[in-house]
Structures are given as C-alpha cells and as structure tokens.
Ligand binder design. Structure first.
Ligand SMILES: [Zn+2]
Length: 531
C-alpha cells in the first residue's frame, strides 16, 4: 500500500454551497436561509464560505450586506464574494460588477476566469490575449483594494485538453497578478480520477498554490478531488450534501471525513466532525431537499445493517462490519428489522429501543410475528414506532389508551373550504364513549380530524401531534385495483418524529391503521391525563 500524502500546513476547505450549490434545480434560498446555512458551515469548520454573487443577484447583495452589518458572526470561516473577471474591452476600475465585489466587504474574493481557448472565442468573443488582460486587470485591481483573491479557472481540464499552453498561461497570469490560489475547475464534471494527476502536476510547475473544483457528472467528484489532492492541490471546493446543478458538486462532508479519517489529516476539530451528521440534516431542512439516506458517512443508512447473519456477528464486534466508528461523524449504527432478520437482529433492535429481549423464547416468538407480518406486507425498517408497538403488545405492557368502536368515511365531489371528505370515529377512552365527526381534504385527513377530535377529550396533548408526511406504496403491482398497499405516516409532536405503517387491500383501511398506530405510539410516550 502506498503512503498517503501529508497535509500541507495551509490546506483550505472552501465551501460553495451558497453559490454553486444554490444552482441546484428547484433550490431557492432566502437571505435568512443563507445566513442559517453559513452559521452551520462555520460550525462544521470550513475555512472559506462562498456566499454568492453580489451585484448580479439582488438576493446575494442583500446577504453580503446583512453579513457585513453584523447579522453573521463567523468564528472560524472567512466569507468570500464570487464574481467574474471584468467585461471585455472595459477597465476593472470602471466595471460596476467588479465594484460590487469590493462593496460586498468580504476579506476574500473569488473570481472566475475563462481558461479554455474555445470558450474565450465562442462565449466571450474575445482574443486569447484580451482574456489574459481581463484576468490580470481584475486580479490586480482587487488586490490593490486590499482583498485576498482566489481565481477559479473555469473549464480548466477541458481547456488543458484543447490547448494546454493557453490553459497554463491563464493560471500563470492569475498568479503573477496576485492571486493567492488558482483553482482548477472541472466545470462540466467529465473527468476521471486517473486523468487528474498529470494535469494537476503540469499546473503545479507554475509554482502557485492550486485548488480544485469538481462536479459529479461521472460520479467521480469526490474521487477526482482526492486525486487532485494526491497530486498536490492545497485547496478543495465542494458543497454540503453535494448540492449543485445537474448531478451536483463534490460533497464537502465526504471530502472532510475522508481526509480526516482516512488520510489522518486534521482539517476540522474532532468535535466539529462529530456534528457532521446533524449539520448535514439541518442544511437539508433549510434547502428543503430530502436528505439522501445513502450519503456516505452521514446518511441514515450509512451504518445500517440488515442481514441476520451480520447482526449476530455485530453482537460480537461491531467493527467487523463498519469501515469507521460512526460516532466520529455523529452517526449511529442502526439495526434494520426486516424479513431477513434473525433473532439477533430483533434483540439488538429491541435493545436500541430500550427493551430487554434477552429471553430466547420471547425473542424467538417476536421474530416469528415480525416474519409473518412482513410476509403480509408490513415493513418495519423505517416504521420504528409500529415495531415498538408490536414489541409492547408481545410484552403485554397494556397500552389501553383507547379502544376504537367504529369508524367510517365518506368522500365525494363537493367544493367547500373544509374539504371534500367527512369521517366519523367512535371510541372508548378513559371509560367514556366518544363519537366525533371530522372534515378534511381527502379521507385520511378527515379521519385524522375525527380521531383527533375524539381523543382530545381524553388526552388534550394529542393536539400537538402533527402528521408531516404520508406515503403510499403499491406492493403487488400489476394486480390491478385490488393490490395490497402499504402506507407510512410520519408524525411529530415538535420534539420527536415517529413513523408508523399500515397494510391492506383498501388504501383507506391501511391509512387508518398507520394513523391509529401514530396516535397510540404518541400516547405511550406522553400519556399524561387531562388536567
Ligand atoms: Zn461549479
């Protein structure tokens, strides 16, 4: 095995979630969103946060103004404004967009420059010399204004393949004009790791600090970045959760974790790295892009184990089945309950939820029930709350909060603000029979309204329960309208979120079952009587 490179003293982690990451389809960030994300990035411990393009985008101008006026206190990172080299045929000193970069009041400015000859001709409509002059003039003007300047060489790798001497000339010109770091960009994301080394090495000969910016179009953004690191770059760019246009940018959390845990470098503090999972999910919450459960290191499935065979070995030594200790990145090993589960899996899952299932006979019986129910179409892998209710039934813990006597729902076409559906629920709770009607948009919403209204009489706090997601899956496709469906419901009480499952050939019945479990589980956790 070859040895890994040693970290240069001045290695930079440069985050561009707020600039390049925000190019992702469907992503809209307000100034408040950007401020929140920037605080999380600072906590993560990145060295630079590229905040956007002031002057070109009013939202970004407002973000930099808010940051400079004291709304963003960074403890670790430095804020970076992004922009282009000056216009063709103008002077940097007279270009309003260059002035907007200075007006953003950031210590660092990153400008993007063309370095691919065909782009200079066909996108810029300029000569090769004019493009060099644009780089020279813009960088030296910003440096003269007291800014640290980084230069992104756009389409550098494709440019190098087209005209290596010119691509390198762009790097040299930026460095000579005062750029502190010149970043080689794989803008189209078409590179492969094996192609990175020679090109980075050729640019290294210029003697300027180099960075790399990779997109994930070949699925190699992280691998390409590491290949560039191996070839000597000392600055890496990426985005949290790999946000970015098309297939995204290099995932900065994966990069930090790889360099820290595999290369043994110290880029962020150990405490910050332990926040990585939380920060990744918090930023997902702000961008409103669902977290990728299979994201390396921080995805909820990143350390999840399914096979029964693995589970028994995990009881012996968890490290046999995981590449790192998940707590180093703030993640956790998770056992999945599934039809592949053996008794060991169920025992571990029970332990995780706080139940003692060490009794072999009891654990065996529960395993049989789980297997039977999974054959019927239930899935407990994500529905931990329904699994816990099943355990509690088997352990005879007596959760008799309420007994449903009947329910029915009417749905049809009727235009009124309360919705198109009406449900009636009759139940017995705390010795009383309660019957309530609920109206809603769709039958499930109406059932929720009726069940909630009835239960509220006995347990006032069910009003805090909020259904936040509802998913339906057809299990035996091709079966027609009598197919078995599985519904999953996510509920929150503001403090925690839980998932329940229901199954049936009738989608409303399956939904009712998940809904019923959602309220039951919530009550087992907070069964306080009405005061
Ligand atoms: Zn980019």
């Amino acid at each position: 095995m070859t040895s890994l490179p040693v970290a240069p003293d001045t290695f930079h982690v440069f985050d561009t979630t707020l600039r390049d990451g925000a190019q992702q389809e469907g992503l809209r960030l307000t100034v408040a969103d950007k401020l929140k994300i920037a605080r999380h990035l600072d906590e993560l411990g990145v060295n630079f946060i590229e905040g956007g393009w002031p002057g070109a985008n009013p939202n970004d101008t407002a973000f930099f103004a808010a940051a400079a006026d004291g709304e963003l206190e960074l403890h670790h990172a430095e804020l970076v404004a992004f922009g282009f080299t000056r216009r063709v045929g103008a002077k940097a000193a007279d270009d309003p967009l260059v002035q907007a970069l200075i007006d953003a009041r950031t210590p660092v400015i990153c400008i993007v420059a063309k370095s691919h000859d065909e782009h200079v001709f066909r996108a810029l409509h300029a000569t090769l010399e004019e493009n060099l002059e644009m780089i020279r003039d813009t960088v030296s003007h910003l440096v003269a204004n007291g800014r640290r300047v980084f230069v992104d060489c756009e389409h550098f790798f494709d440019g190098y393949k087209s005209n290596p001497a010119y691509a390198l000339e762009c790097v040299r010109t930026a460095a000579e004009a005062g750029a502190e770091v010149v970043v080689l960009c794989d803008t189209n994301g078409g590179m492969l790791p094996s192609q990175m080394g020679d090109i980075v090495t050729a640019a290294s000969a210029i003697g300027v600090d180099l960075g790399v910016h990779c997109h994930n179009d070949t699925g190699c953004a992280v691998a390409n970045t590491l290949a560039a690191v191996d070839a000597g770059v000392m600055h890496i760019q990426g985005t949290v959760n790999g946000h970015g246009e098309r297939t995204g940018n290099a995932n900065i959390i994966t990069l930090i974790a790889n360099l820290q845990l595999k290369y043994g470098w110290s880029l962020v503090s150990e405490a910050s790295l332990r926040e990585a999972t939380r920060i990744s999910h918090a930023i997902s919450g702000i961008t409103n892009v669902p977290p990728n459960s299979r994201q390396p290191y921080v995805g909820i499935s990143a350390f999840a184990h399914k096979a029964g065979l693995h589970a028994s070995a995990i009881k012996v030594d968890a490290n046999l089945y995981q590449h790192i200790d998940p707590t180093l990145v703030g993640n956790d090993m998770r056992m999945l309950v599934s039809d592949m589960a053996g008794r060991a899996n169920i025992q571990l899952k029970g332990e995780e939820l706080g139940y003692d299932l060490s009794d072999r006979e009891l654990a065996g019986r529960i395993t049989d029930v789980v297997k039977q129910r999974e054959m019927d179409g239930y899935s407990y892998e994500s529905a931990d709350a329904s699994f816990e209710l099943l355990l509690r039934e088997q352990l005879e813990l007596g959760d008799d909060f309420f007994e449903v006597l009947s329910w029915r729902v009417l749905t049809g076409h009727e235009v009124k603000p309360e919705g198109d559906s009406e449900a009636t629920v009759k139940l017995r709770a705390r010795g009383e029979v309660l019957a309530y009607v609920g109206e809603g948009h769709g039958p499930v919403n109406a059932l929720d309204m009726a069940l909630r209204a009835a239960l509220k009489q006995a347990y006032a706090h069910v009003d805090d329960f909020e259904l936040i997601d509802y998913r339906v899956r057809i299990l035996d496709q091709g079966h027609g309208t009598d197919a078995i469906v599985r519904t999953l419901i996510d509920t929150t009480d503001g403090e925690r979120t839980w998932t329940t499952v229901g199954v049936g050939t009738n989608v409303i019945e399956a939904s009712w079952e998940a809904l019923y479990d959602a309220y039951r589980w919530g009550l087992t956790k907070r069964a306080v009587p009405v005061g």
